[in-house]
Design a protein around this ligand. Structure first.
Ligand code: ZN
Length: 51
């Protein structure tokens, strides 16, 4: 489902933000690396596909 924007603080993760909690890439971000907001990154393609 759609959630508030979030992104990873880990530099080795893709520089994108997510807004779906069932995004496969977003789900790989551990909670301690998860930051709210877009981080000024473009939106994740998989999240775009989810609508
Ligand atoms: Zn995503």
């Amino acid at each position: 489902m759609k959630v508030s924007s979030y992104h990873s603080s880990n530099n080795s993760d893709p520089d994108v933000y997510h807004d779906h909690d069932n995004c496969p890439t977003g789900q790989q971000i551990p909670s301690y690396n998860k930051l709210s907001g877009t981080g000024s990154f473009p939106r994740c393609k998989q999240c775009i596909d989810k609508g």
